[in-house]
Design a protein around this ligand. Sequence first.
Ligand code: ZN
Ligand code: ZN
Length: 264
Amino acid sequence: MYYDYHIHSNFSPDSKTSMEDMIKKSISLNLTEICFTDHMEHNEKGDSTWIIDYDKYFKEYNILKEKYKDKISVKIGVEMGLQTHIIDKCRDDVLTNPFDFVILSQHAIDEKDFSLRGYFEGKTQKQAYETYFLKLYEIIKNFKHYSVLGHLDLIKRYGNYDSLLDDRLFSDIIEEILKTVINDNRGIEVNTSCYRYKLPDLTPSRYILKMYKDLGGEIITTGSDSHSDTHIASNFDYIYHYLKEIGFKYICSFDKMKPNFIKI
Ligand SMILES: [Zn+2]
Ligand SMILES: [Zn+2]
């Protein structure tokens, strides 16, 4: 009955689970549909670690999609790591590959990955968060070839701070981001990796989800951000219930970049 729209297979360097094992587990969980969203991170250093071999990716996907078509619907997407200096490369990828769905994620700024110390050095916590949101806004003003924003407040996962800063400190810029998303007919995702990272709130936070709803946002996907089959659709019972509670009537699936609205 659920749609997990954020799944990594071993086409991502940080997952060891094959596409086929992810599909089998999703069938055992009775999911209606899943979408593979393996990592693609262009960079200027020529580092190929996070570069997908699209030929192999689509070939494997097409075989498995067909093999399991009577048991589960499987879609193909990508989690595209955006930075301002690689926007053209990312756009080319989306235009030249038959994706159903594209997650726009910001995992690094100026090639400084948030999971490493470099990005936070020389910044206060407020500056680190603010820079993250401002850069994301700059990206979505110039890049429209995506379906949803991935883990919109990802920065809260990193930096080793004792506590997180209140969203209200950044409400103006968050509002501008959400208005741009809505105006462009794009969406956001709820990413249930917040439970694995033991964050005190959802990703994005309840404050951001409610703001999105209040501003008229309707396109929303649910994703576990699974990198192994143990996390597929994790906490989806609660998420579907919560989205309904705050007024969402539908979640979305995607077909060749077009949203379908599924009643919840
Ligand atoms: Zn991500
Ligand atoms: Zn991911």
